[in-house]
Ligand binder design. Structure first.
Ligand code: PEP
Length: 249
């Protein structure tokens, strides 16, 4: 299977900048090379939908409201995302957990709303530096995964991608070693195996994210059990992003 590559544009690119970016990117990107998901800000989704039409690139969003009920001023419903052509939603990113105080219940509800609207949830989990220093990485991952997937049926895991994103690696220029990522991936699969089934543990899709660049991407290419990567700042320049994609496939 092609490697999964997820681009998280975070709070970057105006509508005009998205257009310019995609003109450059699409001229160089060869569709067959990866399983690419581009998660733009809400204000760029309509333009991206139009420009990605006919290309083998899926559109992603970076957030979703907990439910699609009325009375949620300032939020975006699942229905609105689907209408914009969105197939994937990032949920539980550490910036949302920390800056916007999204707790595990909210994250669980957002995942359920994404699934209800037939989208795939990209569920971010990862330990803080403190957790890492006190050797709590694996217990943190277990807790976050179990909280996030509470109440889901096994067949719904087909529409879940787990993104292992150590909080200390995001935007810091620091990355874990290949061995550390392999261990985290193995433990994520074990949590899913224990809570659902060994088949589910084998089949769940897992990607790594945090400070990926053309220089360090090679380290993450052949990690056992890892299905792909999630790229933040590294996707903002289309030439750099193409280099990252070409180095991971
Ligand atoms: C992210 O924000 O999900 C991310 C991976 O960021 P960066 O690549 O910039 O560390």
């Amino acid at each position: 299977m092609n490697k999964i590559v997820i681009a998280n544009f975070k709070m970057n690119k105006t509508d005009k900048e998205t257009k310019e970016y995609l003109i450059n990117f699409l001229a160089k990107y060869e569709d067959y090379k990866s399983n690419l998901i581009m998660a733009f800000p809400f204000t760029s989704l309509a333009t991206a939908k139009y420009m990605l039409d006919g290309r083998k690139i899926a559109l992603g969003a970076q957030n979703i409201c907990e439910d699609d009920k009325e009375g949620c001023t300032g939020e975006i419903s699942g229905k609105m995302l689907v209408d914009c052509g969105v197939k994937y939603v990032i949920v539980g990113h550490s910036e949302r957990r920390n800056k916007f105080k999204e707790d595990s219940k909210k994250i669980n509800n957002k995942i359920k709303n994404a699934l209800k609207n037939r989208m795939t949830a990209i569920v971010c989990v990862g330990e803080s530096l403190v957790d890492r220093n006190i050797m709590n990485t694996l217990s943190t991952l277990k807790r976050q995964i179990e909280d996030a997937l509470k109440g889901l049926y096994e067949n719904e895991l087909e529409n879940i991608i787990i993104a292992y994103e150590p909080v200390w690696a995001i935007g810091s220029g620091k990355t874990p070693t290949a061995k550390e990522v392999e261990l985290a991936v193995k433990s994520i699969r074990k949590v899913i195996s224990d809570d659902f089934s060994s088949k589910a543990g084998e089949q769940i899709k897992i990607v790594y994210g945090g400070s990926l660049t053309p220089k360090n991407i090679g380290v993450f290419k052949d990690i056992k059990g890892l299905d792909g990567v999630l790229v933040g700042r590294g996707c903002l320049d289309s030439n750099i992003f193409i280099q990252i994609i070409n180095s991971i496939i």
